[in-house]
Ligand binder design. Structure first.
Ligand SMILES: NC(=O)c1ccc[n+]([C@@H]2O[C@H](COP(=O)([O-])OP(=O)(O)OC[C@H]3O[C@@H](n4cnc5c(N)ncnc54)[C@H](O)[C@@H]3O)[C@@H](O)[C@H]2O)c1
Ligand SMILES: [Zn+2]
Length: 695
């Protein structure tokens, strides 16, 4: 990849991960990997500034606001923090501070870095008025009702002479105890548990039902104070003051005079932090004096007077006892390492505890694929290194070859047949994984299709989850998605099963009582009104993702028309190429699929689209072309796109000589601006754009 390709790739990936993380509360990769990719992008962008993309994630706070809550502007922007995983960079930070504050002495306050979500609390005349998420840094979601469920947060400050309006910021989190209880409940109903307390906290603070949020036992620590009229002179004073006013301030903070003391603090907490009742992922170092904080200032993304030090994923030796092979939803076969501690060599496997890593016992780790086994040159009986970052699935990073030969080792034999259905495995052109090709008969693949079908962007049956599907499948009640619509109350009531959790190694009984059954059936019923485009996506036709599903639905309008479409008719749809057209043809030619579609039609699913392509608002922009770039005050970008199109305009993807207008928001990339200027494209502000609509 050349730098331009790499920058595009990184930008796209990081934006995707950000979206998953902040919008869906899912970590697709470990934080450390995310941070390293981000660092790489920052490096490349500073080397090749002209290649920086307009939507670069290095330029802004990662989060977004949702449509579920009212958006509230922050009085002062809520920024992120610069981070580092290494001590030298911390010393470099100290050097930068020293240079920026010549001939001044300064102090640091070190605090633990709590792993939850950033919250802002606004008090008016001492009374809690609003709780808001960080969102995109300038606006957040108003989640006041949920914030008020935090018992430790005062609803009223009992103190004379407070500024009329003041803002307190902190981290909303879910303590381990609440997290474990919640996940146990989630698992008992057969849904997918949260991967870590951060994701659970983030999901819970954004619940619509604040009674449910209250039940989940959320908590917070506060660490920042803001007001127009100064109250404190330093961060230390604010922590002491907030504590005195009755706010939850974590007691672990410490004042340090030198960077060496800061490093001591870091070392002290490296292991000790696992004894805390909540997840932490590092420490935060802040300049103490407010005056000096102001002198140092901020970038668009983070203050220059603070930095976070994140603890690296912990890595320890373990013994590889045996390897099992898991078949995933797509049919890909993943080798999994089963581990014990080195001293547990002679214990029967049922009795081993595994290795202690980042606060928990680890017995299993992913080995990804056959290439990885080869790359590591792994053998059964090897001493391996296991790594775990945060609460993410542990992985094997290497083999301690010095231990080879001291003990007996055996080669690992990758199976030639599917461990679930005994079909001969295949390797697809250009892919590393081995696959089981038995799409229509291999249990995990069948379950995978159903899981795909019920997800939010498809039929959105949220009363079902992985565990429930497994139960229904194992009882022989569902084999394909069409079977869901034949389920009856009596089929479901009283069903029971023990579900084994790979991560905890514990089993949980799930059982369907009246309430659960009613919910499941209600969810299935509701799915019949899911839009046609969602049905198309839910079928799991190769290459038909949400966007393609939407295009096909818009163009063909009905399932019948789509099924009857020839290859030529399909490729005539804008942006549908030969590969997609062929895959759609292949799918609808299969008799089994035709049968499935006909059963779904009988069940009453939505097989046509009624939305008009785009509702017309006016003609003010007819014949004009736009490129949208940057962040806007009143609109999300896709809202702007709709606005332009519904007024007759057209949105293009890149700046060229043909373009009429560049609609420029905040933080837009300098390269696009420069290019537009050179080509004589008119640059519009948001306000000018709105004026244009009115005239
Ligand atoms: N795994 C993924 O796919 C993925 C995706 C996106 C982001 N992330 C993670 O999230 C990070 C970005 O999130 P971010 O912008 O919130 O940065 P961050 O979490 O690294 O640091 C900033 C935040 O730290 C929190 N914080 C906790 N304790 C604090 C204290 N004592 N004082 C001040 N702040 C404190 C605040 O909420 C603040 O907003 C990335 O670095 C990455 O690690 C992961
Ligand atoms: Zn199989």
């Amino acid at each position: 990849m050349n730098p331009n390709e790499r920058i595009s790739w990184l930008t796209e990936k990081l934006n995707f991960y950000n979206n998953r993380y902040y919008r869906d509360n899912i970590s697709e990769i470990p934080d450390q990997e995310f941070d390293f990719l981000m660092k790489e992008l920052i490096g490349l962008e500073s080397e090749f500034p002209e290649l920086k993309k307009d939507d670069s994630p290095t330029q802004r706070v990662g989060g977004t606001i949702t449509k579920d809550f009212a958006a509230v502007y922050h009085r002062f922007p809520m920024l992120s923090l610069d981070n580092t995983y290494n001590e030298q960079e911390l010393r470099d930070f100290d050097e930068r501070v020293r240079k920026a504050l010549p001939n001044e002495t300064y102090e640091y306050i070190c605090e633990l870095k709590f792993d939850g979500i950033s919250l802002s609390f606004t008090y008016e005349n001492g009374v809690l008025q609003r709780g808001v998420t960080r969102g995109d840094g300038s606006r957040g979601d108003d989640i006041t009702a949920n914030v008020k469920t935090i018992r430790s947060l005062p609803l009223r400050i009992l103190e004379e002479d407070l500024p009329e309006i003041l803002e307190i910021r902190g981290e909303g989190f879910m303590p381990y105890s609440s997290f474990e209880r919640l996940n146990a409940e989630v698992e008992a109903t057969g849904d997918t548990p949260y991967a870590n307390p951060r994701n659970a906290a983030s999901g819970s603070f954004k619940l619509q039902d604040s009674a449910e949020a209250a039940r989940r036992g959320l908590d917070c620590y506060v660490y920042s104070f803001l007001s127009d009229i100064p109250v404190f002179n330093s961060h230390e004073e604010s922590l002491v003051g907030l504590k005195k006013w009755g706010f939850p301030v974590s007691p672990g903070w410490k004042k340090c005079q030198t960077i060496e003391e800061v490093l001591d603090y870091i070392h002290t907490w490296e292991e000790k932090r696992f004894e805390l009742p909540l997840a932490t992922d590092g420490i935060v170092i802040k300049i103490n004096s407010y005056e000096q904080q102001r002198e140092l200032g901020s970038t668009a993304k983070s203050p220059r007077w603070a930095i976070s030090f994140k603890y690296k994923a912990e890595n320890k030796p373990a013994l590889l006892r045996f390897v099992t092979f898991q078949v995933g939803r797509t049919g890909a076969v993943t080798p999994v390492a089963n581990l014990s501690g080195l001293h547990e060599r002679h214990k029967p496997y049922e009795q081993v505890k595994g290795v202690h890593l980042s606060g928990s016992q680890v017995k299993r780790a992913t080995l990804h694929n056959a290439n990885e086994l080869e790359r590591l040159d792994l053998r059964i009986g090897d001493t391996v290194f296991v790594e775990k970052s945060g609460e993410i699935i542990p992985k094997i990073t290497g083999v301690d070859t010095s231990q080879r030969g001291l003990f007996d080792t055996q080669p690992i034999l990758f199976p030639t047949q599917c461990p679930e259905c005994a079909t001969e495995l295949i390797r697809k052109e250009g892919e590393v994984a081995f696959y089981c090709p038995n799409e229509r008969g291999c249990p995990p693949q069948l379950k995978g299709k159903i899981e795909h079908f019920i997800q939010r962007k498809a039929l959105n049956i949220d009363s079902l989850g992985e565990g429930k599907i497994e139960l229904l499948f194992d009882k022989g009640l569902i084999h394909t998605v069409a079977d869901l619509y034949d389920l009856s109350y009596n089929d479901l009531l009283g069903l029971e099963k023990d579900i084994y959790n790979e991560q905890t190694g514990k089993s949980k009984k799930i059982s369907f009582r009246e309430k659960t059954v009613e919910n499941i059936l209600k969810g299935i019923e509701k799915s019949k009104s899911a839009p046609f485009k969602n049905v198309l996506f839910g079928l799991g036709i190769r290459y038909v993702g949400t966007t393609v599903g939407e295009k096909l639905a818009q163009y063909f309008r009905t399932m019948d028309a789509l099924m009857a479409a020839s290859y030529e008719e399909l490729t005539a749809v804008p942006e549908i190429g030969g590969r997609i057209a062929q895959s759609v043809r292949d799918y609808f030619t299969e008799p089994e699929n035709q049968q499935l579609i006909s059963r779904l039609q009988q069940a009453g699913l939505t097989f046509q689209t009624d939305d008009l392509p785009i509702e017309k608002e006016g003609e003010a922009l007819t014949g004009k072309t736009f490129v949208i770039s940057g962040v806007f005050q009143n609109f999300e970008r896709d809202e702007l796109k709709t606005k332009i199109e519904s007024n007759g305009g057209k949105v293009l993807s890149g700046v060229s000589g043909k373009l009429n207008y560049l609609l420029a928001g905040d933080n837009m990339g300098p390269s696009k601006l420069e290019k537009a200027r050179k080509l004589g494209v008119v640059i519009l502000s948001e306000e000018e754009f709105l004026n244009m609509l009115e005239n």
